[in-house]
Design a protein around this ligand. Structure first.
Ligand SMILES: Nc1ncnc2c1ncn2[C@@H]1O[C@H](COP(=O)(O)OP(=O)(O)OP(=O)(O)O)[C@@H](O)[C@H]1O
Length: 253
């Protein structure tokens, strides 16, 4: 891999009780690229994604060993603060969850928490991030209307804008288009491709065509192990491992 890694996962093992969910994960996720995690249902894709943001911490009986280095800093080191880790990453969930407030306040929420008070600065941020997700023209006349009145696709873009407004370096997406219609899905996919100029993006998807459209790199996970990692065309069109071949041909799902 020629790209600089932004996230380096070393000897990561995740267990919940006796269940060994992730086994000896070693991976370098490149900077300013889209990397998709693919694999059959229940193989550990979401667990791997959440391990990058310490979103597994609160699960009862969880045991996490190994390290995840973000910008060279181990997010699991005892001295590392979770809030500091999370500030670097925006998470786009399966379904949009706008806060029960206006469109404007959704985007301004993070900057306000981080101390931005000036109305002029907040106005500028709201416009900038709504433009970044292609929503500005659609909502500029109703910024103070409820976010819940937007379509699901618009809500998902609003949630992305809310995430971007706290200036993360990394965007994590967990099946972020699964609740969307084809047009909204295309808008989000195009956004992902555009946003990789400025962000490192890691996605979980079970849609191979989507992985092919948006990703630079693919991680194929099977039963908690990384089977193959490499450039998208290589993994999807010319896989090295038999399991990957069977998965991309649809023999295992
Ligand atoms: N909180 C939990 N407690 C116990 N087991 C869990 C928990 N979360 C996930 N698992 C188990 O860990 C395994 C991996 O789950 P994970 O959600 O990471 O898979 P996935 O590949 O994302 O699946 P899908 O594509 O169906 O969303 C599954 O067997 C799941 O049942």
């Amino acid at each position: 891999m020629t790209q600089t890694p932004h996230i380096a996962v070393k000897d990561l093992n995740v267990r919940i009780g006796d269940h060994h969910l992730l086994k000896n994960i070693n991976i370098n996720i490149p900077d300013k690229c889209v990397t998709s995690i693919i694999g059959p249902s229940g193989c550990g894709k979401t667990t791997l994604l959440k391990s990058l943001n310490r979103l597994l911490d609160d699960i009862p009986n969880i045991n996490i060993s190994g390290s995840v280095l973000v910008d060279g800093e181990d997010i699991y080191a005892p001295q590392t603060e979770v809030t500091h880790v999370r500030k670097k990453m925006g998470l786009l969930a399966q379904r949009p969850f706008p806060l029960p407030m206006s469109i404007y306040d959704n985007v301004a929420y993070g900057p306000r928490i981080h101390g931005t008070r000036s109305k002029k600065d907040l106005n500028g941020l709201v416009e900038r991030y709504l433009k970044a997700v292609g929503l500005w023209e659609e909502v500029k006349h109703r910024l103070h209307g409820s976010a819940n009145a937007l379509s699901i696709g618009q809500q998902q873009r609003l949630c992305l804008a809310r995430g971007l407004a706290v200036e993360p370096e990394i965007i994590l997406g967990d099946e972020s288009t699964s609740a969307l219609d084809p047009i909204s899905t295309k808008i989000i996919e195009d956004l992902i491709i555009r946003l990789k100029e400025s962000y490192t993006i890691v996605l979980v998807t079970h849609i191979l065509r989507q992985a092919r459209r948006v990703s630079d790199y693919i991680i194929f996970v099977y039963m908690g192990e990384i089977i193959e990692f490499g450039p998208t065309e290589e993994v999807l069109l010319n896989p090295k491992k038999q399991l990957t071949k069977e998965y991309v041909k649809g023999f295992i799902s």
